[in-house]
Design a protein around this ligand. Structure first.
Ligand code: HEC
Ligand code: HEC
Length: 344
Protein backbone atom coordinates (compact mmCIF):
# COMPACT_ATOMS: atom_id res chain seq x y z
CA UNK A 1 0.00 0.00 0.00
CA UNK A 2 2.20 2.71 -1.38
CA UNK A 3 -0.52 5.39 -0.76
CA UNK A 4 -0.47 5.00 3.01
CA UNK A 5 3.30 5.17 3.14
CA UNK A 6 3.61 8.36 1.08
CA UNK A 7 3.05 11.40 3.31
CA UNK A 8 2.66 13.69 0.28
CA UNK A 9 -0.22 11.69 -1.13
CA UNK A 10 -1.86 11.42 2.29
CA UNK A 11 -1.60 15.15 2.87
CA UNK A 12 -2.91 16.02 -0.61
CA UNK A 13 -5.83 13.59 -0.30
CA UNK A 14 -6.79 14.98 3.14
CA UNK A 15 -6.57 18.57 1.86
CA UNK A 16 -8.68 17.80 -1.20
CA UNK A 17 -11.30 16.09 0.95
CA UNK A 18 -11.31 19.06 3.35
CA UNK A 19 -11.73 21.59 0.55
CA UNK A 20 -14.48 19.57 -1.14
CA UNK A 21 -16.40 19.25 2.11
CA UNK A 22 -15.96 22.96 2.92
CA UNK A 23 -17.30 23.85 -0.49
CA UNK A 24 -20.25 21.46 -0.29
CA UNK A 25 -21.21 21.92 3.35
CA UNK A 26 -20.47 25.60 3.97
CA UNK A 27 -19.73 27.73 0.92
CA UNK A 28 -22.28 26.55 -1.67
CA UNK A 29 -25.18 26.51 0.84
CA UNK A 30 -24.20 30.02 1.98
CA UNK A 31 -24.18 31.32 -1.61
CA UNK A 32 -27.51 29.60 -2.24
CA UNK A 33 -28.86 31.20 0.92
CA UNK A 34 -27.72 34.65 -0.13
CA UNK A 35 -29.25 34.31 -3.60
CA UNK A 36 -32.48 33.07 -2.08
CA UNK A 37 -32.80 35.94 0.35
CA UNK A 38 -33.53 39.47 -0.60
CA UNK A 39 -35.50 42.25 1.05
CA UNK A 40 -39.15 42.61 0.03
CA UNK A 41 -39.67 44.51 -3.24
CA UNK A 42 -41.00 47.66 -1.57
CA UNK A 43 -38.48 47.67 1.30
CA UNK A 44 -36.37 50.79 1.59
CA UNK A 45 -32.74 50.22 2.45
CA UNK A 46 -31.72 51.71 5.81
CA UNK A 47 -30.08 55.13 5.59
CA UNK A 48 -26.56 55.64 6.96
CA UNK A 49 -28.15 57.63 9.81
CA UNK A 50 -30.44 54.71 10.68
CA UNK A 51 -27.59 52.20 10.55
CA UNK A 52 -25.65 54.38 13.00
CA UNK A 53 -28.82 54.52 15.10
CA UNK A 54 -28.98 50.76 15.24
CA UNK A 55 -25.54 50.79 16.87
CA UNK A 56 -26.86 53.27 19.47
CA UNK A 57 -29.83 50.93 20.02
CA UNK A 58 -27.45 48.03 20.62
CA UNK A 59 -25.10 50.07 22.81
CA UNK A 60 -27.90 51.22 25.09
CA UNK A 61 -29.32 47.74 25.60
CA UNK A 62 -32.78 48.53 24.25
CA UNK A 63 -33.03 44.89 23.14
CA UNK A 64 -33.26 43.88 26.80
CA UNK A 65 -36.87 45.08 26.89
CA UNK A 66 -37.97 45.38 23.26
CA UNK A 67 -38.54 42.73 20.62
CA UNK A 68 -38.64 43.34 16.86
CA UNK A 69 -40.66 40.36 15.75
CA UNK A 70 -44.40 40.15 15.32
CA UNK A 71 -45.11 36.51 16.07
CA UNK A 72 -47.72 34.56 14.15
CA UNK A 73 -50.22 34.54 17.02
CA UNK A 74 -53.30 36.71 17.30
CA UNK A 75 -52.11 38.39 20.51
CA UNK A 76 -49.33 40.02 18.46
CA UNK A 77 -51.79 41.70 16.11
CA UNK A 78 -51.44 44.98 18.01
CA UNK A 79 -47.77 45.21 17.02
CA UNK A 80 -48.11 44.89 13.27
CA UNK A 81 -50.41 44.47 10.31
CA UNK A 82 -49.03 40.98 9.66
CA UNK A 83 -46.68 38.45 11.25
CA UNK A 84 -42.99 39.08 10.56
CA UNK A 85 -41.43 37.01 7.77
CA UNK A 86 -37.79 36.09 7.11
CA UNK A 87 -37.47 38.68 4.32
CA UNK A 88 -38.09 41.46 6.86
CA UNK A 89 -34.57 40.82 8.14
CA UNK A 90 -32.83 40.30 4.80
CA UNK A 91 -31.32 43.79 4.74
CA UNK A 92 -29.43 43.37 8.03
CA UNK A 93 -25.70 43.13 7.52
CA UNK A 94 -22.53 42.55 9.51
CA UNK A 95 -21.73 45.30 11.98
CA UNK A 96 -18.18 45.43 10.61
CA UNK A 97 -15.44 43.04 9.49
CA UNK A 98 -14.90 41.72 13.03
CA UNK A 99 -18.43 41.66 14.34
CA UNK A 100 -21.37 39.59 13.13
CA UNK A 101 -24.88 40.91 12.39
CA UNK A 102 -26.45 42.22 15.58
CA UNK A 103 -29.77 40.44 15.95
CA UNK A 104 -32.20 42.78 17.56
CA UNK A 105 -35.23 40.51 17.29
CA UNK A 106 -35.07 40.17 21.07
CA UNK A 107 -36.65 37.67 23.41
CA UNK A 108 -37.96 39.91 26.21
CA UNK A 109 -41.00 42.08 25.74
CA UNK A 110 -41.07 44.29 28.82
CA UNK A 111 -41.93 47.17 26.50
CA UNK A 112 -43.86 47.09 23.21
CA UNK A 113 -42.60 45.30 20.10
CA UNK A 114 -40.83 47.80 17.83
CA UNK A 115 -41.00 45.95 14.47
CA UNK A 116 -43.49 48.52 13.17
CA UNK A 117 -42.81 51.52 15.44
CA UNK A 118 -41.91 53.73 12.46
CA UNK A 119 -45.51 53.50 11.27
CA UNK A 120 -47.10 53.54 14.71
CA UNK A 121 -45.15 56.53 15.98
CA UNK A 122 -43.39 58.59 13.28
CA UNK A 123 -43.00 61.77 15.36
CA UNK A 124 -39.40 62.92 15.94
CA UNK A 125 -40.42 65.20 18.81
CA UNK A 126 -42.33 62.44 20.58
CA UNK A 127 -39.40 60.02 20.39
CA UNK A 128 -36.88 62.58 21.63
CA UNK A 129 -39.03 63.60 24.60
CA UNK A 130 -39.75 59.93 25.34
CA UNK A 131 -36.05 59.02 25.30
CA UNK A 132 -35.13 62.02 27.47
CA UNK A 133 -37.81 61.13 29.99
CA UNK A 134 -40.42 58.42 29.21
CA UNK A 135 -42.61 59.58 32.08
CA UNK A 136 -43.02 63.02 30.48
CA UNK A 137 -45.18 61.45 27.76
CA UNK A 138 -46.34 58.16 29.30
CA UNK A 139 -47.09 58.83 32.97
CA UNK A 140 -46.92 55.19 34.11
CA UNK A 141 -43.89 54.20 32.01
CA UNK A 142 -41.23 51.97 33.60
CA UNK A 143 -38.77 52.54 30.74
CA UNK A 144 -35.46 54.04 31.89
CA UNK A 145 -34.61 57.60 30.85
CA UNK A 146 -31.64 58.18 28.55
CA UNK A 147 -30.49 61.70 29.51
CA UNK A 148 -26.96 61.05 28.24
CA UNK A 149 -28.34 61.18 24.71
CA UNK A 150 -29.02 64.91 25.33
CA UNK A 151 -27.03 67.98 26.24
CA UNK A 152 -28.01 71.06 28.18
CA UNK A 153 -26.85 74.27 26.53
CA UNK A 154 -27.26 77.88 27.57
CA UNK A 155 -28.02 78.82 23.98
CA UNK A 156 -28.73 76.26 21.27
CA UNK A 157 -26.56 76.59 18.17
CA UNK A 158 -28.01 76.73 14.66
CA UNK A 159 -28.97 73.23 13.57
CA UNK A 160 -29.49 71.97 17.13
CA UNK A 161 -32.71 70.06 17.70
CA UNK A 162 -34.14 71.38 20.92
CA UNK A 163 -36.78 69.55 22.94
CA UNK A 164 -39.37 71.18 25.13
CA UNK A 165 -39.44 69.24 28.38
CA UNK A 166 -42.32 69.91 30.79
CA UNK A 167 -41.00 71.87 33.81
CA UNK A 168 -41.47 68.94 36.20
CA UNK A 169 -38.86 66.92 34.28
CA UNK A 170 -36.47 69.60 33.05
CA UNK A 171 -34.14 69.46 36.05
CA UNK A 172 -34.47 73.16 36.79
CA UNK A 173 -31.07 74.17 35.36
CA UNK A 174 -32.77 76.64 33.07
CA UNK A 175 -30.66 75.62 30.04
CA UNK A 176 -32.01 74.44 26.72
CA UNK A 177 -32.08 70.68 26.20
CA UNK A 178 -30.82 69.61 22.78
CA UNK A 179 -30.51 66.17 21.20
CA UNK A 180 -27.03 64.74 20.58
CA UNK A 181 -26.26 63.24 17.16
CA UNK A 182 -26.64 59.79 18.79
CA UNK A 183 -30.22 60.60 19.85
CA UNK A 184 -31.09 61.75 16.33
CA UNK A 185 -29.53 58.63 14.84
CA UNK A 186 -31.44 56.42 17.27
CA UNK A 187 -34.74 58.11 16.33
CA UNK A 188 -33.90 57.79 12.61
CA UNK A 189 -33.46 54.08 13.26
CA UNK A 190 -36.77 53.81 15.14
CA UNK A 191 -38.54 55.73 12.35
CA UNK A 192 -37.08 53.31 9.79
CA UNK A 193 -38.65 50.29 11.49
CA UNK A 194 -41.69 49.81 9.30
CA UNK A 195 -43.40 46.65 8.17
CA UNK A 196 -43.40 46.50 4.38
CA UNK A 197 -46.87 45.53 3.11
CA UNK A 198 -47.13 42.13 1.46
CA UNK A 199 -49.45 41.31 -1.39
CA UNK A 200 -52.69 40.30 0.34
CA UNK A 201 -52.65 36.74 -0.95
CA UNK A 202 -49.12 36.22 0.41
CA UNK A 203 -49.54 37.79 3.83
CA UNK A 204 -49.79 35.01 6.41
CA UNK A 205 -52.88 35.01 8.62
CA UNK A 206 -52.43 35.42 12.35
CA UNK A 207 -52.89 32.03 14.00
CA UNK A 208 -54.84 31.19 17.15
CA UNK A 209 -57.27 34.14 17.21
CA UNK A 210 -58.20 35.20 20.72
CA UNK A 211 -61.81 35.00 21.88
CA UNK A 212 -61.88 38.78 21.68
CA UNK A 213 -60.83 38.84 18.01
CA UNK A 214 -63.40 36.16 17.13
CA UNK A 215 -66.14 38.14 18.83
CA UNK A 216 -65.05 41.26 16.95
CA UNK A 217 -65.01 39.55 13.54
CA UNK A 218 -68.44 38.05 14.12
CA UNK A 219 -69.84 41.48 14.95
CA UNK A 220 -68.02 43.17 12.09
CA UNK A 221 -65.49 44.81 14.43
CA UNK A 222 -68.15 46.50 16.51
CA UNK A 223 -68.13 46.70 20.26
CA UNK A 224 -71.55 45.28 21.23
CA UNK A 225 -71.48 47.06 24.62
CA UNK A 226 -71.12 50.47 22.95
CA UNK A 227 -74.24 52.23 21.75
CA UNK A 228 -72.45 54.86 19.57
CA UNK A 229 -73.60 55.18 15.95
CA UNK A 230 -71.16 52.66 14.43
CA UNK A 231 -70.71 50.95 17.79
CA UNK A 232 -66.98 51.80 17.86
CA UNK A 233 -65.37 52.70 21.16
CA UNK A 234 -64.14 56.29 20.72
CA UNK A 235 -62.33 56.32 24.06
CA UNK A 236 -60.36 53.16 23.16
CA UNK A 237 -59.54 54.50 19.69
CA UNK A 238 -58.39 57.77 21.24
CA UNK A 239 -56.17 55.81 23.64
CA UNK A 240 -54.44 53.89 20.84
CA UNK A 241 -54.15 56.71 18.29
CA UNK A 242 -53.94 60.04 20.08
CA UNK A 243 -53.25 59.65 23.79
CA UNK A 244 -49.46 59.20 23.52
CA UNK A 245 -49.25 62.89 22.59
CA UNK A 246 -52.46 64.62 23.70
CA UNK A 247 -52.55 62.61 26.98
CA UNK A 248 -55.43 60.82 28.69
CA UNK A 249 -56.72 64.03 30.25
CA UNK A 250 -56.78 65.84 26.89
CA UNK A 251 -54.48 68.53 28.25
CA UNK A 252 -51.49 67.74 26.02
CA UNK A 253 -47.97 68.72 27.07
CA UNK A 254 -46.86 72.29 27.30
CA UNK A 255 -44.48 73.22 24.49
CA UNK A 256 -44.95 69.94 22.61
CA UNK A 257 -48.55 68.81 22.16
CA UNK A 258 -51.52 71.20 22.39
CA UNK A 259 -54.53 70.55 24.64
CA UNK A 260 -57.70 69.22 23.03
CA UNK A 261 -59.66 70.25 26.09
CA UNK A 262 -61.21 73.57 25.15
CA UNK A 263 -59.51 73.56 21.74
CA UNK A 264 -61.40 75.78 19.27
CA UNK A 265 -60.59 73.30 16.49
CA UNK A 266 -62.13 70.41 18.40
CA UNK A 267 -65.16 72.43 19.42
CA UNK A 268 -65.82 74.07 16.04
CA UNK A 269 -69.38 73.63 14.77
CA UNK A 270 -67.86 72.73 11.37
CA UNK A 271 -65.61 69.67 11.92
CA UNK A 272 -63.72 69.97 8.63
CA UNK A 273 -60.41 71.25 10.01
CA UNK A 274 -60.62 68.77 12.91
CA UNK A 275 -61.02 65.83 10.51
CA UNK A 276 -58.30 67.24 8.28
CA UNK A 277 -55.90 67.44 11.25
CA UNK A 278 -56.74 63.88 12.35
CA UNK A 279 -56.25 62.43 8.86
CA UNK A 280 -53.42 64.55 7.46
CA UNK A 281 -51.58 65.94 10.47
CA UNK A 282 -50.95 69.54 11.46
CA UNK A 283 -48.00 71.91 11.63
CA UNK A 284 -49.43 75.37 12.20
CA UNK A 285 -47.46 76.77 15.11
CA UNK A 286 -43.82 77.17 16.11
CA UNK A 287 -44.40 76.48 19.79
CA UNK A 288 -45.70 72.99 19.16
CA UNK A 289 -44.18 69.91 17.55
CA UNK A 290 -45.44 68.57 14.22
CA UNK A 291 -48.47 66.29 14.26
CA UNK A 292 -47.98 63.37 11.84
CA UNK A 293 -50.76 62.18 9.53
CA UNK A 294 -52.07 59.84 12.23
CA UNK A 295 -55.35 58.97 10.52
CA UNK A 296 -53.85 58.31 7.09
CA UNK A 297 -50.91 56.36 8.55
CA UNK A 298 -53.19 54.14 10.62
CA UNK A 299 -55.77 53.76 7.88
CA UNK A 300 -58.61 55.19 9.98
CA UNK A 301 -62.04 54.69 8.40
CA UNK A 302 -64.83 57.30 8.64
CA UNK A 303 -66.53 55.27 11.40
CA UNK A 304 -63.36 55.32 13.51
CA UNK A 305 -62.71 59.02 12.84
CA UNK A 306 -66.28 59.83 13.86
CA UNK A 307 -65.91 57.80 17.07
CA UNK A 308 -62.63 59.57 17.95
CA UNK A 309 -63.73 63.14 17.24
CA UNK A 310 -67.07 62.61 18.97
CA UNK A 311 -65.19 61.30 22.00
CA UNK A 312 -63.03 64.43 21.97
CA UNK A 313 -66.00 66.72 21.48
CA UNK A 314 -67.73 65.32 24.58
CA UNK A 315 -64.81 64.69 26.98
CA UNK A 316 -62.84 66.70 29.55
CA UNK A 317 -65.60 69.30 29.78
CA UNK A 318 -65.85 69.73 25.99
CA UNK A 319 -69.45 69.85 24.85
CA UNK A 320 -69.92 70.12 21.09
CA UNK A 321 -72.39 68.65 18.64
CA UNK A 322 -71.85 64.95 17.81
CA UNK A 323 -70.91 64.51 14.15
CA UNK A 324 -72.73 61.73 12.23
CA UNK A 325 -70.63 59.20 10.30
CA UNK A 326 -72.21 60.25 6.99
CA UNK A 327 -70.97 63.82 7.48
CA UNK A 328 -67.46 62.59 8.38
CA UNK A 329 -67.46 60.41 5.27
CA UNK A 330 -68.43 63.37 3.08
CA UNK A 331 -65.72 65.60 4.54
CA UNK A 332 -63.11 62.85 4.19
CA UNK A 333 -63.98 62.45 0.52
CA UNK A 334 -63.81 66.22 0.04
CA UNK A 335 -60.38 66.32 1.71
CA UNK A 336 -59.14 63.47 -0.45
CA UNK A 337 -60.04 65.42 -3.59
CA UNK A 338 -58.73 68.73 -2.21
CA UNK A 339 -55.52 67.77 -0.42
CA UNK A 340 -54.30 71.34 0.08
CA UNK A 341 -57.25 73.03 1.77
CA UNK A 342 -55.51 73.11 5.16
CA UNK A 343 -52.63 75.27 4.05
CA UNK A 344 -54.97 77.90 2.58
C1 HEC B 1 -36.38 48.30 31.32
C2 HEC B 1 -37.04 48.05 30.06
C3 HEC B 1 -36.85 49.01 28.91
C4 HEC B 1 -35.68 49.40 28.28
C5 HEC B 1 -34.24 49.03 28.64
C6 HEC B 1 -36.08 50.22 27.18
N1 HEC B 1 -37.44 50.33 27.11
FE1 HEC B 1 -38.51 51.28 25.68
N2 HEC B 1 -40.22 50.85 26.68
C7 HEC B 1 -40.32 50.11 27.83
C8 HEC B 1 -41.70 50.13 28.28
C9 HEC B 1 -42.22 49.44 29.53
C10 HEC B 1 -42.44 50.89 27.37
C11 HEC B 1 -43.96 51.23 27.40
C12 HEC B 1 -44.19 52.53 28.15
C13 HEC B 1 -43.69 53.74 27.40
O1 HEC B 1 -44.18 54.00 26.28
O2 HEC B 1 -42.81 54.44 27.90
C14 HEC B 1 -41.49 51.33 26.36
C15 HEC B 1 -41.83 52.07 25.25
C16 HEC B 1 -40.97 52.38 24.21
C17 HEC B 1 -41.35 52.99 22.96
C18 HEC B 1 -42.78 53.35 22.55
C19 HEC B 1 -43.41 52.13 21.96
C20 HEC B 1 -44.85 52.32 21.54
O3 HEC B 1 -45.39 51.38 20.96
O4 HEC B 1 -45.42 53.39 21.81
C21 HEC B 1 -40.22 53.15 22.24
C22 HEC B 1 -40.10 53.76 20.85
C23 HEC B 1 -39.12 52.67 23.03
N3 HEC B 1 -39.61 52.19 24.21
C24 HEC B 1 -37.79 52.71 22.64
C25 HEC B 1 -36.73 52.31 23.45
C26 HEC B 1 -35.35 52.52 23.12
C27 HEC B 1 -34.85 53.17 21.84
C28 HEC B 1 -34.62 52.01 24.15
C29 HEC B 1 -33.11 52.06 24.31
C30 HEC B 1 -32.49 53.37 24.25
C31 HEC B 1 -35.54 51.48 25.13
N4 HEC B 1 -36.81 51.68 24.66
C32 HEC B 1 -35.18 50.83 26.30
C33 HEC B 1 -39.28 49.45 28.47
C34 HEC B 1 -37.94 49.60 28.16
C1 HEC C 1 -47.15 62.22 17.64
C2 HEC C 1 -47.97 63.12 18.44
C3 HEC C 1 -49.41 63.30 18.10
C4 HEC C 1 -50.38 62.34 17.94
C5 HEC C 1 -50.24 60.84 18.04
C6 HEC C 1 -51.62 63.06 17.69
N1 HEC C 1 -51.39 64.40 17.67
FE1 HEC C 1 -52.78 65.86 17.39
N2 HEC C 1 -51.33 67.29 17.49
C7 HEC C 1 -49.99 67.04 17.72
C8 HEC C 1 -49.28 68.30 17.62
C9 HEC C 1 -47.78 68.48 17.82
C10 HEC C 1 -50.24 69.29 17.32
C11 HEC C 1 -49.98 70.81 17.11
C12 HEC C 1 -49.43 71.10 15.74
C13 HEC C 1 -49.23 72.56 15.53
O1 HEC C 1 -50.09 73.36 15.96
O2 HEC C 1 -48.21 72.95 14.92
C14 HEC C 1 -51.51 68.63 17.27
C15 HEC C 1 -52.72 69.28 17.03
C16 HEC C 1 -53.94 68.67 17.09
C17 HEC C 1 -55.22 69.37 17.01
C18 HEC C 1 -55.41 70.86 16.93
C19 HEC C 1 -55.64 71.36 18.32
C20 HEC C 1 -55.59 72.84 18.44
O3 HEC C 1 -56.40 73.38 19.21
O4 HEC C 1 -54.75 73.47 17.79
C21 HEC C 1 -56.20 68.42 17.08
C22 HEC C 1 -57.68 68.65 17.06
C23 HEC C 1 -55.54 67.13 17.19
N3 HEC C 1 -54.17 67.32 17.20
C24 HEC C 1 -56.21 65.93 17.28
C25 HEC C 1 -55.58 64.69 17.31
C26 HEC C 1 -56.27 63.43 17.27
C27 HEC C 1 -57.78 63.26 17.21
C28 HEC C 1 -55.34 62.45 17.31
C29 HEC C 1 -55.56 60.95 17.23
C30 HEC C 1 -56.29 60.48 16.07
C31 HEC C 1 -54.04 63.10 17.39
N4 HEC C 1 -54.23 64.45 17.38
C32 HEC C 1 -52.83 62.43 17.49
C33 HEC C 1 -49.41 65.82 17.97
C34 HEC C 1 -50.06 64.59 17.91
Amino acid sequence: MDFFNDHRKLFLAATALFLALTLGVAILPAINNQNNNSPLPNAEPMSAEAIAGKAVYVANGCVACHTQQVRNVAMDEVWGARPSVAADYADLHRTDFWRNTATVMGTERTGPDLANIGNRQPSLEWHLLHLYQPRAVVGQSIMPAYPWLFETKAEPEPGDVQINVPDAFAGGSGGKIVATPEALQLVAYLQSLKQVPLVDSLAPEFLYPTADAVAKSSTGGKDPSNPGEAGLDGAALYATNCQSCHQANGEGLKGAFPPLKGSPIVLDENPQLLIDVVMNGYDAREEYAVMPAVGANNGLKPEAVAAIINHERKSWGNDARQVPVAEVKKIMEFLKNNPNVQSK
